[in-house]
Ligand binder design. Structure first.
Ligand code: ASP
Length: 428
């Protein structure tokens, strides 16, 4: 006992204390300091910039490694009829979810109308034509795509590279298979290391959020508090709408199943995901629910881990709402049609690259913002608005993770039912 106490350092309490509360305290202190000290607190800005730089540093390696791992975990050998159906449902529901998020953004119009930052409002990138946008998805140089942070191009390359890895992994040629496995293990390792680095960076998040938010409130006053409430409401109404329209609608009409009975089992993973904020962590509970619903093991043992890796409807809604909030706060107006198109594509793909762990969606928000000319750079209004989102991210993450796993379970059950593989005796 004496030893245990001796090994405790004076700062151990900081790391032992729940990160979620630490970030919330950072947010609250940032608001208070900003409101009390106004201009006199602006010296704190570099501490916020430090946090922004750390996040930006990690963005590209995270996208590359997680998307490659996500795409290469879809093996063409196991894909078959079930796999293709699941994949199509996962992608369609995610694209729909982003649209709901953007719709909620338009409806709730969350805006902090930030001022006092170096960057002028309305300085967004000139809107490219649709053909230009589509063509720019294919990079003429992969290295340049990464260096110039052309997000869609990097996503495109990571996805086809991942599909390539997965193809050679299932090759009959032993040498190719070994090479594919080695690549997979390599990128899985890189993705794991990136997650570790993010964990480390997040230890600094309470200070980063405090500094960034203090600057926002020092320059904008208390009027921006309400905006965070509106963002939260827009996200949660979007989550609820998606459950009612998409999951209930599909389970009933497309799957031909009774909703009440479905949610009797679906509520367990829903609640577990809500409190753990991790799709991966909830996986055993989601699998048990699928089993209780009569889904055969050969379907759910493939579709649920895949869903926990690539299907994130809640995250997609969050990306839609929060990117709208940041555009409205910084530019003073929402997106044009071509930007909306870019967001639907980027956010759908970003949700594939989102790891099923707490807070991963917030990193993907950086990517979506970049794709429409709202890069989070040190000292910018975008960084201020992004920090405000980070301050309430834990709350938004609870709802989006619950939705992410419900999406996996709903699509899995529907596919099993459509393929007449559901053991309906268990529905009695
Ligand atoms: N926490 C989410 C999940 O595990 C991912 C996210 O942060 O959006 O599904």
């Amino acid at each position: 006992m004496a030893n245990a106490n001796a090994s405790k350092k004076w700062y151990s309490w900081y790391f032992d204390f729940n990160l979620l509360y630490r970030i919330l305290i950072g947010l609250a202190l940032g608001i208070i300091l900003g409101l009390i000290f106004k201009d006199k607190i602006l010296w704190i800005a570099p501490f916020g910039d430090l946090f922004v730089r750390l996040l930006k540093m990690i963005m590209m390696p995270v996208i590359l490694s997680t998307l490659i791992v996500g795409a290469s975990s879809i093996s063409p050998a196991t894909l078959g009829k079930v796999g293709v159906r699941i994949l199509v449902l996962y992608l369609l529901t995610s694209a729909f979810a982003v649209s709901i998020g953007l719709g909620m953004g338009a409806l709730f119009h969350p805006s902090a109308e930030l001022s006092g930052f170096a960057e002028a409002a309305g300085k967004e990138a000139a809107a490219p034509s649709l053909a230009q946008t589509l063509l720019s998805i294919i990079p003429t140089s992969v290295a340049q795509g990464i260096v110039s942070e052309t997000i869609l191009a990097v996503i495109f390359f990571a996805l086809i590279f991942g599909i390539g890895v997965s193809s050679i992994r299932s090759s009959a040629n032993e040498r190719l298979k070994a090479a594919g496995d080695a690549l997979y293990v390599f990128f899985e390792g890189v993705a794991e290391v990136m997650m570790l680095i993010i964990k480390g960076i997040m230890q600094y998040a309470p200070f980063g959020v405090l500094a960034l938010v203090a600057v926002v409130f020092a320059t904008n006053g208390p009027r921006v508090i309400g905006a965070l409430g509106v963002v939260t409401a827009a996200c949660f109404v979007g989550y609820a709408l998606h459950i009612i329209v998409v999951y209930c609608g599909l389970v009933k009409t497309y799957g031909g199943l009774p909703i009440g009975r479905y949610f009797r089992d679906a509520k367990d993973p829903f609640i577990t995901a809500f409190v753990t904020r991790s799709s991966n962590g909830t996986l055993p509970v989601t699998m048990e629910a699928a089993d209780n619903l009569g889904v055969p093991k050969n379907i759910y043992s493939f579709s649920l881990p895949l869903g926990a890796t690539i299907n994130m409807d809640g995250t997609a809604i969050y990306l839609g709402v929060c990117s709208t909030f940041i555009a409205l706060s910084v530019w003073g107006h929402g997106f044009n049609v071509s930007q909306l198109g870019i967001i639907v594509v980027t956010a759908t793909l970003a949700s594939i690259g989102t790891a099923g762990v707490p807070g991963a969606g917030a990193i993907m928000l950086l990517l979506v913002l970049d794709s429409v000319g709202l890069p989070v750079t040190a000292g910018s209004a975008v960084a201020g608005a992004y920090a405000m989102i980070l301050g309430i991210d834990a709350l938004l993450d609870m709802g989006r993770t619950a939705l992410n796993v419900t999406g996996d379970l709903s699509c899995t059950t529907i596919v099993a039912s459509r393929m007449k593989q559901l053991d309906t005796a268990k529905w009695k």
